[in-house]
Design a protein around this ligand. Sequence first.
Ligand code: SF4
Length: 491
Amino acid sequence: MQRLEIPVVSYNARTAAFMTARGFHRDGCGVWRDAAGHSFAASLAGKEAPAAATRTWGCQMNEADSETLRGQLREMGYVDAPVDDEADVILLNTCAVRGTAADHALGEIGRLKRLKTERPELLLGVCGCLAQMPETVEYLRRHAPHVDLIFGTNNLHDLPGLLQRAYRDEAQTVDVWDQAPETVENLPSRRAPGVKAWVNIIYGCDKFCTYCIVPTTRGRERSRRPGDVLAEVERLAAEGYREVTLLGQNVNSYGHDLGAYDFADLLRDVAQVPGIRWIRYTTSHPRDFTEKLVRTIGLHPKICEHFHLPVQSGSDRVLRWMNRGYSRARYMELIGHVRRLLPHAAITTDIIVGFPRETEEDFLQTLDVVREVGYDNAFTFQYSPRAGTPAARWEDPVPPAVKKERLERLNELQYAISRRKNQALVGSMQEVLIEGPSRKDPDVLTARTRTNRLVLVPKREGVVHRFGRVHVTEAQTWTLYGSLAEVEPGV
Ligand code: SF4
């Protein structure tokens, strides 16, 4: 496939040009202010210290995008809105991959109409994958005139200019780009507190699976330059982050547009960054997955031995209809590399059941793969069409009740395997990163193993965001329980 040369530009340089042309300069805290000391946000909202809120649906890529939106909002001078009623700007970062996420976002847009009616000065923006789809834009134009601003995934780095236009324009401001004409570096990011950070390494997707809307909403693949990724990881390490997750719709495709430098090379180089303790990545595609990658992970203890390798189906016919680009035999060959080179690694997957024309025989082949691999965990889905994808135009003779029943049978099998795998860990010591208090029980802390298993331990003061070792005493399908045996000193 012919790849386009995509220019790389600096967010800082471009934003500086935009801001200085309007008489704004950065203060010591990085906020853009005019000569009178008013922030850019204040100049837009017509009040001091306006407040903003963001809402996010969907995958880690969307979460990372929201961190970029919040980073830009902070540089403009917005403070956090504790509740919607106090927000001057609300941005809804939407997801188009799953119908439920799209429905929730559209429901939220409807719910905010009341607030917008009560406070017309509130600026309401919709962005993300759903906004990238022409039918959503049309829907919002017709049915949600209370939305002031609609923009897509390819121009979210332009937030200052977009907000300025939305404040100025009487009509709804719509600015959605089909493609990203450039890769923007040095994006500001406001990450969640803690020691874990996401780092985008590749944007877009060229795989065109027939059920997936992502190639439409995220555009063509473009890898960030290794030097830019490494510089970001080094900055994160200097700021105290200890775990990085390298992100992309298909991380295994990283570097296809860069010449002779691939994802395994990037992992090797990230593993050299001092201060970073654990490295994870998501999501993998079997088509681009290599034995070299498994070997690289085996050579570098910082890279967690967890392989999330979405199989989607165990039937070659269904895999062809899905345009996945591999056969069941090829997939099992890749699993074989993992089992041979890293026998203690965890393997997880994604599976769709009830794809159009999937027969009972196709489904039984999926169950065979699940048994043969013995996944530690699986994200399982009942197929539902996404508007704009090829599969959504096909006849679907699989009745909903059959899809549901297949999902239940698949889950029953997978849950039993997950439980057995977890129970095998009872009595072992597991290296963990302690995340924080459990949402359900403040006397309990949650931690994650290298293989991304959730572990609950009794609360102890002063250990959050530190690495330690847990003695596992009990296991259920999704959760391990144990006690903290060691905690490393903080950083
Ligand atoms: S690899 Fe397939 S499923 Fe994954 S984002 Fe690309 S098109 Fe969607």
